[in-house]
Design a protein around this ligand. Structure first.
Ligand code: GTQ
Length: 208
């Protein structure tokens, strides 16, 4: 064994490592990413998402989602180094039970009309093209009282929260959270982009 290899072994037992062996890979002249360009074709993806509906219920899965995994990041539930994305299916009559977590979510409705997301006591009935946010630590459950499947794209900051070892989550213990505000409340209050000057923000997240 060379002097260096013997030294590395010796310091390894002390949880020490030589920077000079890894420096070039750590401090690169330009960004280096394992993330690859990728394309998910809707006709294929939709087929798989609909098949997942026969594999598990939304209730059992908690969230019935097919994760869009970047081909360079397989097994890590990431679409990019810092972002998570998935396609969620809620079939007629189903409920994805109420929970909350430190991760923030956004949703783009891709297919369907009439299912809802409830966020912090307010339901939002959704249709194709809608954009809904679920700020961190807000209770949310999804349900579909329509007669059509609904599919939306979930985007979450899971990898970033993971990076900071900051994941917290809680289940409400009931499928649907109690409703404390009528549908349309947040849009009516905040949708014009104007607020009274003395309005106290309830949180750092957008209330819309
Ligand atoms: O709807 O709350 O795609 O908690 C992944 C984790 C969706 C959700 C996901 C989640 C959700």
């Amino acid at each position: 064994m060379t002097d260096r290899a013997a030294f590395y072994e010796e310091i390894g037992a002390r949880n020490l490592a030589p920077l000079w062996e890894v420096m070039a890979g750590l401090i690169t002249p330009e960004p280096v990413s394992a993330c690859r360009p990728a394309l998910w074709r809707w006709d294929e993806v939709r087929d798989s998402v609909m098949q997942s509906g026969g594999i598990i219920s939304a209730e059992e899965a908690e969230r019935r989602v097919l994760v869009l995994e970047n081909p360079g990041l397989r097994g890590t539930s990431r679409i990019t180094t810092s972002l998570y994305a998935g396609l969620q299916l809620v079939l007629p009559g189903e409920v994805a039970p109420a929970h909350r977590h430190s991760q923030s979510a956004l949703r783009f409705v891709v297919e369907g009309e009439g299912a809802y997301t409830a966020v912090d006591g307010e339901r939002t009935t959704m249709a194709e093209g809608d954009f809904v946010i679920t700020p961190h630590w807000t209770w949310h459950d999804h349900g579909n009282d329509s007669d059509r499947p609904m599919i939306w794209l979930d985007g979450l900051d899971i990898p970033m929260v993971q990076f900071f070892d900051a994941s917290f989550a809680e289940r409400l213990g009931e499928s649907r959270q109690p409703l404390s505000r009528p549908e349309g409340d947040s849009l009516a209050r905040y949708g014009q982009g104007l607020l009274p000057v003395d309005q106290e923000p309830g949180s750092l997240a957008s209330p819309v």
